[in-house]
Design a protein around this ligand. Structure first.
Ligand SMILES: Cc1cc2nc3c(=O)[nH]c(=O)nc-3n(C[C@H](O)[C@H](O)[C@H](O)COP(=O)(O)OP(=O)(O)OC[C@H]3O[C@@H](n4cnc5c(N)ncnc54)[C@H](O)[C@@H]3O)c2cc1C
Length: 608
């Protein structure tokens, strides 16, 4: 049911687009070429007859290639899976799904070793051992990094190189510049393909339809919904929005992570902004205000390395107290040599923009960074719609809860891609998800013009951003509703095209996110609810699930979190404590930190 007191929100079944002019078929369609999509496709490739991988622009465009800090995994004998689980649960403020976290942490090291075997070259120390560092919220050194601060670029390179090695195989087809618009469903509402727009040549050009037995959405995040984000321009939430329109359950959408230290480039700077990785604080940099006060001291036992929400909130509070729009990161004591060697990309980017971290304070402020929610999936990556899977930032596996622990997202994409590939292999092999025929979607298509994007971003930033209240959320919804009214009638976009499809996706997700945020009367995760400043575990330990009804109206369901998730958990995160019941703890203790040699990389290059 729509919730009383909140406005009714209509979501159309599909976006306006030309009728498909061509058709292709595959067993599985993977949408997106970040760590989630590429890992799924590479693992599935030899197990199904025909794999189709489509991506909106070029293969290495997406958040994965921008990841700086690294990928978290228990690789050191001094670390343990139980400690990684603990740190993840604390960051998630009681809303993580413990089973999903356990899968992430216990399968993570193996998945990372497979990535290394595939060719990913992580930084190593003098004796050849993998270098591990620490980031906010982690109590152990467990972050692998590459090229200093170019981890994502290296992972993306290695995965694309692996794809290139098999690209001529008849069983895999890759289409770049292919934007998925909507999901196709059969008469039992099973997902059985996508409509997509390809800037191609010959037969495959313009809008077409790709039919398949299953679809895996790995389209990344929704950062472009806000005026200022660390996410690249492709992060327009397309997969989440298409899933919402098709009737899939989306969860935890209100939990947006705002990274505390994004280089502040002045008022009015919009779009993708340069991130100053948490790893810089991990190596000893610290935050100061205008007067030079180290304001994170005394705020949290981990001070500058507290979880991201704690740091972002402390920055916002200090900015308000001092009437400024940024604070500063002091890295000067780390020295030019160390900074250049450890963070070459960050130092270069800062210098290009006129800031030298070795000699100057860096102005920083929080900006949108990560979507903790998304398409709700189970432990196998299955969504609530038969035939539809979601992976990586598009999904909500339950791993992140209300807030993501640093460097857990690359790992999530890696681990759950393997799970999805394994589940699909078994199901398709067993004859499940047989070929089926899509039916024409019901209802009128809608589309707003691409030029409305700034209006969506401004409304979301003003009312559904870091600081929210019932009235700010209501004002945002009012603006978004007025924009949605322009999706039909004279003001509507009648043609369709990438900019208007993306902008309408941002609008649909913006309305859903604002709706979910209005249902959560408390401060938890990455945002501050001004009118409910305290966390309230008694009343708000729940997830908000959103779904489009058959009648086209957004419906919300409040799903309680099992109490066990909180038992024994020190949510203020001062020291690791034993949070797991005995059986689970024993099982996890048996999972030793992985120790593998990498000499046999060539042998295992194809094992993803
Ligand atoms: C600046 C930055 C730094 C980060 N640092 C870290 C870090 O150190 N450690 C960490 O763990 N995480 C980090 N993250 C988060 C992490 O990078 C992402 O969560 C993760 O890479 C997401 O991977 P993905 O495969 O789900 O999505 P992405 O890598 O974003 O890939 C999405 C893919 O989907 C494609 N796509 C989108 N829409 C469509 C469509 N309609 N049709 C077809 N294709 C489409 C895109 O083009 C892209 O190929 C960082 C993120 C950013 C932005």
């Amino acid at each position: 049911m729509p919730v009383s007191g909140l406005p009714e929100i209509s979501i159309p079944r599909r976006l306006r687009a030309p009728a498909p002019g061509w058709t292709t078929t595959a067993d599985v369609i993977v949408v997106g070429s970040g760590i989630a999509g590429l890992t799924t496709a590479l693992r599935l490739r030899r197990r199904v007859d025909r794999m189709l991988l489509v991506t909106k622009t070029v293969l290495d465009e997406g958040s994965t290639a921008w990841a700086q800090g690294g990928i978290a995994a228990v690789m050191s004998p001094e670390d343990s899976p139980a400690e990684h689980i603990h740190d993840t649960l604390v960051a998630g403020v009681g809303l993580c799904d413990v089973d999903a976290v356990e899968a992430l942490v216990t399968e993570g090291p193996d998945a990372v070793w497979d990535l290394i075997a595939l060719g990913a070259d992580f930084d190593r120390g003098d004796t050849g051992q993998i270098s591990l560092t620490r980031e906010g919220g982690h109590h152990r050194d467990r972050i692998l990094h590459a090229g200093g601060d170019a981890t994502g670029r290296e992972i993306s390179r290695a995965l694309i190189a692996a794809l290139d090695r098999v690209r001529d195989d008849p069983g895999i087809e890759v289409i770049e510049h292919a934007l998925v618009v909507d999901l196709l469903t059969d008469e039992s509402e099973r997902v059985c393909g996508v409509t997509l727009h390809v800037i191609g040549e010959g037969q495959v050009d313009g809008v077409g339809a790709a039919h398949a037995r299953a679809v895996v959405l790995a389209t990344g995040g929704l950062g472009q919904i806000y005026s200022s984000t660390t996410n690249p321009s492709v992060a327009t939430g397309d997969g989440m929005a298409a899933a919402l329109r098709a009737g899939a359950v989306l969860a935890d959408l209100e939990f947006v992570q705002f990274h505390p230290t994004v280089l502040w480039l002045g008022e009015g700077s919009r779009g993708q902004q340069p991130l100053i990785s948490e790893a810089v604080r991990g190596e000893g940099a610290f935050l100061v205000d205008e007067a030079g006060d180290r304001f994170m001291r005394g705020q949290h036992p981990l001070a500058d390395l507290a979880p991201r929400d704690v740091v972002a909130r402390a920055i916002i509070a200090r900015m308000r107290e001092t009437g400024t729009d940024h604070v500063y990161l002091d890295c000067r004591h780390l020295g030019a040599d160390f900074l250049e060697q450890r963070f070459p990309s960050i130092v270069q980017r800062c210098r290009e923009l006129g800031f030298d971290p070795a000699t100057q304070l860096l102005p920083v402020a929080p900006a949108q960074h990560y979507a903790s929610g998304g398409v709700r999936t189970d432990l196998r990556g299955r969504s609530s719609l038969e035939g539809l899977y979601a992976c990586g930032e598009t999904s909500c596996t339950g791993v992140h809860g209300a807030n993501r622990l640093a460097s857990n997202s690359l790992l999530e994409g890696l681990v759950f891609a393997r799970r999805i590939a394994d589940d699909l292999t078994a199901r398709l092999g067993a004859g499940e998800l047989p070929e089926t025929t899509p039916v024409a979607p019901s209802g009128e298509p809608e589309l707003i013009r691409g030029k409305r994007r700034l209006d969506v971003q401004r409304a979301m930033t003003a009312g559904s951003g870091t600081v929210r209240s019932a009235s700010s959320l209501a004002a945002t919804e009012e603006t978004l509703a007025a924009l949605a009214a322009r999706a039909v009638g004279a003001d509507a976009d009648k043609q369709g095209g990438p900019k208007s499809w993306e902008t309408t996706n941002l609008l649909h997700l913006g309305r859903a996110l604002t709706y979910a945020a209005a249902l959560r009367d408390e401060t938890r995760g990455g945002h501050v609810r001004e009118d409910f400043p305290a966390r309230d575990d008694e009343h708000f330990l729940h997830h908000v699930h959103l779904q489009r009804s058959a009648a086209g109206v957004l419906e919300a369901r409040v799903v309680p979190v099992p109490g066990a998730n909180l038992e024994g958990l020190d949510l203020d995160g001062s020291v690791p404590v034993d949070v797991l019941d005995e059986d689970r703890a024993e099982g996890i203790a048996a999972t030793k930190p992985a120790a593998r040699h990498t000499d046999s990389a060539d042998e295992t290059k194809e094992t993803m």
